[in-house]
Design a protein around this ligand. Structure first.
Ligand SMILES: Nc1ncnc2c1ncn2[C@@H]1O[C@H](COP(=O)(O)OP(=O)(O)OP(=O)(O)O)[C@@H](O)[C@H]1O
Ligand SMILES: [Mg+2]
Length: 549
């Protein structure tokens, strides 16, 4: 029996298998280059997998993610004179020694011997440190256990036994985003995360449900039905408020209320957000403010009726305060939109905001179901802005009262919006409530969860405030760049993102995970429902009796 080599002894002491390779060079910011041991083949590796690196002189263990894989040769002449395909002897000699594989690894975390929690990386392993494939235990140690505030959302690539748990407390603390091309699983992972938030009671959520993905039940492309949040939580923790009762009822949805907005509740600020969608010019948009001042609360109702019978309007034209062409254009554009929106009613209906605020403040999540109105982007933008502005204002008020000791802290709120680039594009993000919420961080306990397929359309400054990014496959360069904006060292993750499967895989990075991770997202199925039903029971103080069945 041959003597164990020094390396084997070293590895035996550490209880690890043979190394994948050794650290050759690199830096903290650009990542490490690893030379692959000839005993391993590149063909079995994949970007997105983890490695651990044992520091040579210290007891520090480093965690890193494979971000690129390459072939290299130490003899540059080799590529001009490659060994012939049938010369196995030459192939074997060259393979691994003169020609070898390299891995590019982004170091993510370090774990010191005397600690049990890994910390963010501050240094790198020294030259020739040994690199190993991370074991399931290594990865499980990093992502910890599922508990009241850590929610299982998926498994790392090729590690079905390991759970990746999102730190929900951190997730709701800052705005977050779910990105990906159409059909990659954004709505499914979003629904999973929202179920976790509801389960944890850490925040209320207000979901502007454009495509009817979250309420009672959801159908996928193949016609399979899945439970929505309202069906998962039938104890009053989730309410569905619909804009389109007929469609909601036809879909068999249980609903807890109907949203109506009165014409008199709408302010020019609410309509201004629709300017580009309705085709209002700058001049016409400015005129809205003037018309509102002149016509008072019922300005929209009056603009929609006969001008000839409205003395004030007639007077404005006669005295030249408004050009007939401008007025005519505004009226035409209003007529093409407002009367078609069945959730808009004559007069005022402002109890709706009170009702929704009330639910949110006791911890009930609200799914605002758009029914068929989800097909009209202007309806979505109008309602999302209308409610968010008013609910946010209540949160500001309540937070200020709480600061003076006159009220309780408002319960954290996560507002979920889809097609976010329509709200947060660089031209309007500066004025919208959504831009403001993203920028003010969690000052008033309100954060956003943005679901979008085109992150490049979202203003940079807003994107850079996004704490946790869950990204499914994206293939447009600009979108990929946008997802990484404001994340240091993230450019190395690009290859990982571009190589995701077309469905049900996501790269999660940021505030709510200890290190970036590629997951196969948790199946949204019977087992999932069961885990929710068997989970912790709702706190009765949250008002089951108020809204329960
Ligand atoms: N976690 C999951 N569990 C079960 N099925 C899933 C899961 N994720 C995705 N799918 C499948 O993939 C399909 C597409 O997912 P989803 O509707 O979430 O995509 P999307 O990114 O929201 O698309 P769009 O941009 O068109 O809204 C689903 O209909 C479902 O069949
Ligand atoms: Mg979707």
């Amino acid at each position: 029996m041959s003597e164990p080599s020094q390396l084997d002894t070293f590895l035996g002491q550490r209880g690890v298998g043979r190394p994948l390779g050794q650290v050759l060079e690199g830096s903290l910011s650009s990542g490490l280059k690893i030379r692959l041991d000839p005993g391993f083949t590149l063909e079995r590796l994949a970007v997105g997998r983890y490695v651990v690196i044992h520091g040579r002189q210290t007891g520090i263990t480093f965690f890193g993610l494979i971000t690129d894989i390459a072939l290299e040769a130490s003899d540059p002449g080799l590529i001009h004179r490659p060994p012939q395909g049938d010369d196995h002897f030459a192939l074997d000699v060259y393979q691994g020694e003169v020609a070898y594989g390299t891995l590019h690894v982004s170091p993510m975390l370090m774990l010191e011997d005397d600690q049990d929690q890994p910390r963010p990386i501050k240094t790198i392993p020294s030259h020739f440190s040994h690199v190993f494939e991370a074991s399931a235990e290594d990865v499980a140690r990093v992502f910890g256990e599922e508990d009241e505030t850590h929610f299982y959302v998926g498994t790392p690539l090729d590690m079905e036994a390991v759970q990746v748990n999102l730190d929900l407390a951190r997730f709701v603390e800052r705005s977050s985003g779910v990105f990906g091309k159409t059909g990659t699983g954004k709505s499914f992972i979003t629904r999973t995360i929202l179920a976790g938030i509801v389960q944890s009671g850490l925040a209320s959520t207000l979901i502007f449900d454009m495509h009817n993905d979250y309420g009672w039940s959801v159908k996928d492309e193949a016609g399979r039905e899945y439970k929505g949040l309202r069906q998962l939580y039938q104890d009053g923790r989730v309410s569905v408020i619909t804009l389109d009762e007929v469609t909601s009822r036809a879909r068999g949805s249980k609903i807890d209320g109907r949203l109506t907005i009165g014409y008199e509740d709408l302010e020019p600020e609410d309509v201004e957000m629709l300017a580009s969608l309705l085709g209002l010019t700058d001049v016409q948009t400015q005129a809205l403010y003037f018309l509102h001042r002149r016509l008072g609360k019922n300005w929209i109702g009056r603009l929609l009726s006969e001008t000839e019978q409205d003395d004030d309007l007639q007077d404005m034209i006669d005295t030249g305060r408004i050009v007939p062409g401008t007025l005519g254009a505004i009226r035409r554009k209003f007529e093409s939109f407002f009367p078609r929106m069945g959730f808009l009613v004559e007069g005022a209906a402002d109890r709706v905001v009170d009702d929704i605020f009330q639910r949110l403040s006791i911890g009930t999540s609200v799914v605002l179901e758009f029914g068929n109105y989800g097909n009209t982007l202007a309806a979505y933008v109008l309602v999302a802005n209308y409610l968010t502005r008013r609910i946010h204002a209540r949160y500001v008020q309540m937070k200020n009262l709480a600061a003076g000791g006159k009220a309780e802290e408002p319960r954290p709120l996560v507002i979920v919006i889809e097609e976010a680039h329509k709200f947060l594009d660089p031209q309007i993000a500066a004025h919208t409530i959504f831009g403001a919420i993203a920028r003010e961080l969690r000052k008033y306990n309100v954060t956003l969860l943005i679901v979008d397929q085109r992150p490049s359309g979202i203003e940079d400054e807003v994107m850079s405030q996004i704490g946790t990014r869950v990204t499914c496959l994206l293939d447009n360069d600009a979108d990929i760049r946008a997802v990484f904006s404001g994340v240091s060292g993230a450019s190395t993750l690009r290859e990982v993102l571009a190589r995701l499967d077309t469905r049900q895989q996501a790269l999660i990075l940021g505030h709510a995970v200890p290190m970036p991770v590629v997951v196969r997202t948790r199946d949204y199925d019977q087992d999932f429902y069961a885990s929710i039903t068997d989970g912790p029971v709702a706190d009765p103080a949250r008002g089951e009796t108020l809204f329960g069945e």
